[in-house]
Write a protein that binds this ligand. Structure first.
Ligand SMILES: [Mn+2]
Length: 475
């Protein structure tokens, strides 16, 4: 109860800050302003970009949008030369604040940062920002960038209230829904969305797509990956048969009882010990849209999977156009989803067969995938492997992959429980990779870094030391 009241006060403080940012922004949007939006390529970034784009469209403000990972200082220097007055950074910007100050603010540009990554902001004129961390909320779970942008545009104009659907797609994309539901700002957005009947909820299997034959949904399942079912057509068909379900039906047509039967059959058959994470990925709240405002799937989990696929296959703009209602883009995006699921099933097959290859020391577990897993897939592959009970996340998990000629990409995942013990893998990856001539950062539960491959052993040693010190310092 104590915790609940605490979060509520913080959410109220965040909402007051939202009003201030909306007021500042309104004065900017009234003028003849040239706008550039930079947003992240992932589901949250795409959704955040779409929410802002809808707002700018309504106010007749032309804009240019770029989907990109956070920009390096030299890229920011180039950006500052482009002919825009107002730069929006969505789902990024906090971590790049020194470069933004140096190249954009010092040159007199106006900058709006709507982000949920941790960091500090200088008090500068021309800089507008909203970030949950500035109000004692945790951006890793209480709100995503989509929720931050949504909060602002809804404050600008009530007509944007139904975009709660898209805000929650972003939050689901960033894995901010937990066994007990959403927290913080997300919880408010979700409650309001259900009250206003934008989304309706029920319990069911979270496997996607819900509109393909059940055996095909099982065959393609990566979240979770169903060990001994996913990727095996015969096993998938047999499971449906043995459960006594009509093989021509799709998940969306099943009643609760049949869905539960199928869930039990899956749990009986998978060749892993299903953890809480696995069960949460398999079964839970199904969010269904009741409004016609996008062209994509009605099911929010399926929408997220489709946007993830667009990102991983290098086509974030397809997801963005689908959110805008473009049906041709949707057809292509759904094709991306199929392709991505098939590709990821193979990656997770590999993880499942290499479970013994994970190395562990008292501080961490890690695996070097070499060129077996594409560097842009490694982070998501780790998240899915954890959710699929292929790796025990009692320690932080590090996945290493070849990156370019002689680079190393590192992705790391830690559970919120582990983060509570002190270590912040985002800070540690940032510090260690910089010491070794690379770069990196992120949240306390998900982070990434790039560094020269020849420094791999030093990297493992230094990260282990940092983790050990952080745990000791917190005891
Ligand atoms: Mn995000």
């Amino acid at each position: 109860m104590e915790d609940f009241r605490l979060v509520r006060a913080e959410v109220r403080r965040f909402q007051r800050a939202t009003e201030e940012v909306a007021t500042d922004l309104k004065s900017q949007l009234a003028s003849d302003v040239r706008v550039k939006i930079l947003t992240h390529t992932d589901a949250d970034g795409i959704a955040a970009g779409n929410i802002l784009a809808r707002c700018l469209n309504y106010y007749d403000i032309p804009f240019h949008i770029t989907f990109t990972p956070p920009l390096s200082p030299s890229k920011l220097e180039e950006l500052a030369k482009e002919d825009y007055d107002l730069f929006f950074f969505l789902d990024q910007g906090t971590g790049q604040i020194s470069g933004i100050e140096e190249y954009l603010l010092n040159a007199g540009h106006k900058v709006v940062i709507l982000d949920h990554h941790p960091g500090r902001f200088p008090d500068r004129s021309g800089l507008f920002h909203l970030n949950p961390h500035s109000h004692d909320l945790n951006g890793a779970k209480d709100v995503s960038a989509s929720g931050v942008v949504y909060s602002v545009v809804k404050e600008l104009n009530e007509r944007f209230t139904p975009l709660s659907e898209i805000a929650l797609i972003g939050a689901l994309g960033d894995r901010q829904e937990f066994f007990s539901g959403f927290t913080g700002v997300n919880q408010e957005i979700c409650k309001q969305s259900i009250d206003e009947e934008i989304l309706k909820v029920k319990q069911g299997l979270k496997l996607v797509p819900r509109t393909s034959k059940i055996s095909e949904t099982l065959l393609r399942s990566i979240k979770p990956y169903l060990s001994s079912i996913s990727g095996d057509e015969e096993a998938a068909q047999k499971l449906v048969e043995n459960t006594g379900l009509d093989p021509n039906k799709v998940l969306a047509e099943l009643d609760l009882e049949s869905e539960e039967k199928l869930k039990d059959a899956i749990l009986n058959q998978v060749k892993v010990e299903p953890t809480g994470d696995f069960k949460h990925a398999l079964w839970g709240t199904i969010y269904t849209s009741t409004v016609e405002q996008t062209a994509g799937p009605k099911n929010a989990h399926e929408y997220v999977a489709m946007l993830d696929a667009c990102e991983k296959l290098g086509r974030p703009e397809l997801g963005f156009a689908t959110l805008f209602g473009d049906e041709d883009a949707r057809d292509e995006a759904l094709e991306m989803l199929r392709e991505y699921q098939e590709k990821m099933v193979k990656v997770l097959d590999w993880f499942a067969s290499k479970r013994k290859n994970f190395k562990a020391n008292p501080q961490m577990r890690y695996i070097d995938t070499g060129n077996e897993v594409e560097s842009k897939m490694i982070g998501e592959a780790l998240s899915l492997a954890i959710e699929s009970s292929l790796i025990n996340p009692d320690l932080p998990i590090f996945g290493l992959a070849d990156f370019g000629e002689d680079g190393l990409k590192v992705s790391a995942r830690a559970t919120p429980d582990y983060a509570m013990r002190g270590p912040n893998i985002g800070n540690i990856l940032g510090k260690v990779s910089r010491e070794l001539g690379g770069s990196g950062g992120g949240h306390d539960t998900a982070a990434a870094a790039r560094l020269p491959r020849e420094r791999k052993d030093e990297f493992i040693t230094k990260v282990s030391q940092s983790l050990e010190e952080a745990v000791a310092g917190n005891e």
